[in-house]
Design a protein around this ligand. Structure first.
Ligand SMILES: Cc1ncc(COP(=O)(O)O)c(C=O)c1O
Length: 400
């Protein structure tokens, strides 16, 4: 009998965290490495949010709180859903966790039994399949075709649903592709789900505010109110409010689910940091104008990166609607040989050779379930991005 549990042996460490750590370690050794692997805004947390945290410390708000969040934050979350998404939730339908990741983890661990299937559209955020497997469930991967913007097609969803399907996970805008679903696309997915009342929807709206051009964000419970009773709408302050380190995420859905998630949290981490919760209250209730200012910069960076990658030999990069990622194809380079003599057999070899030759850290598409692609996070200073893209161009040109 092994010491490590079978459940843990089923999963892998997060590939994105592993590559970011590798890039940081190379930087610490003095190597000239540009890290484009981490998914976090380079902008600082706004001052009003920091001040709210300092005030919370000074006011002694430093004790345990209710397991799944303080009433003030639950109210702020309910108000956000009403204001921005037209969704009505009571505070008893809201759960606060240590990052969006914990909310997602709680929901899946609280509901998935061995043998249950969870539909995960690919390319997917790295943690979805692993959390499903940790819970003993089976992730059912359904590819979103590249020529359809990597989005799950309703017909493919219909084919993937079985009597064992418990959840569909939707993520819009998507990490890693940046793809975001229009109202009509969500409506088509909802039509399929209406025929299968046993399937719940976990919608990960973490990048809600990061959409560009004229794209209008919408979420599935808003598009199809008949799914409200089986949807967990998940979101958080990490990305939009530049608060990745504060660790506050939230979800809203039916009370039966929210209570089960709180039960699990009560026997694991208990409450998220009291101080971070007060900071999140200010984030949600305070001024929102910095989001548009940040988005202007993100959009310029997206356009720069897409244009420069499309000038690299053998790469093709489409323009996504949101988040701060692009997901270019390296199909044109598979089978070529790097100056090191290594054959670029797949996207993992491509990013490994790119890091070794030019010191640019990106994440291979296989980690997100869709090859041969790779993910670049453009949440990095514009000048640095320009240099990174020049290096990528040089690397691609060096392949024979
Ligand atoms: C799609 C998606 N969902 C959830 C998360 C987790 O967010 P948090 O840092 O709040 O746990 C991330 C973070 O990378 C993400 O990209």
């Amino acid at each position: 009998m092994g010491f490590i549990s079978d459940a843990l042996n089923r999963i892998q460490p997060s590939a994105t965290i592993a590559i970011s750590n590798k890039a940081s370690a190379m930087q610490a050794e003095g190597k000239d490495v540009i890290g484009l692997a981490a998914g976090e805004p380079d902008f600082d947390t706004p001052d009003n949010i920091k001040d709210a945290a300092i005030a919370a410390i000074k006011a002694g708000k430093t004790k345990y709180t209710a397991v799944d969040g303080i009433a003030e934050l639950k109210k702020a979350v309910a108000a956000k859903f009403k204001r921005e998404n037209g969704l009505e939730y009571k505070t008893s339908q809201v759960s606060i966790g240590t990052g969006g990741k914990q909310v997602l983890f709680n929901a899946l661990m609280a509901t998935v039994n061995p043998g249950d299937e969870v539909i995960v559209p690919a390319p997917y955020w790295v943690s979805y399949p692993d959390i499903v497997m940790l819970a003993g469930g089976t992730p059912v991967i359904v590819q979103g075709p590249a020529d359809k913007g990597f989005k799950l097609q309703a017909a493919d969803l219909a084919k993937a649903i079985t009597p064992k399907t418990k959840w569909l996970i939707l993520n819009s805008p998507s990490n890693p592709s940046g793809a975001a679903y229009t109202r009509d696309e969500l409506k088509a997915i909802a039509e399929v789900l209406l025929k299968h009342p046993q399937v719940w929807v976990l919608t990960d709206d973490m990048y809600e505010h990061l959409v560009y051009d004229t794209f209008e964000f919408t979420t599935i419970a808003q598009v199809e109110p008949r799914l409200y009773d089986r949807t967990l709408t998940m979101n958080g302050v990490s990305k939009s409010y530049c608060m990745t380190g504060w660790r506050i995420g939230y979800g809203a859905g039916p009370e039966v689910l929210i209570k089960a998630m709180a039960k699990l949290q009560s026997q694991s981490t208990s409450n998220p940091s009291s101080i971070a919760q007060w900071a999140a209250v200010e984030a949600l209730n305070g001024p929102q104008d910095f989001i548009a200012a940040n988005n202007k910069v993100f959009k310029e960076r997206r356009d720069l990166v897409v244009s420069m990658l499309n000038q690299a030999r053998g790469l093709h990069c489409s323009t996504p609607e949101g988040a701060f990622y692009v997901y270019p194809s390296c199909a044109g380079l598979i089978g070529k040989t790097a100056p090191s003599g290594t054959v670029i057999a797949n996207d993992e070899v491509f990013v490994t050779e790119l890091l070794a030759a030019e010191g640019v850290a990106a994440v291979h598409g296989a980690a997100f379930g869709t090859s041969p692609f790779f993910r670049i996070s453009y949440a990095t200073a514009t000048k640095t991005l320009e240099t990174a893209c020049e290096r990528i161009q040089r690397f691609c040109a060096s392949l024979r």
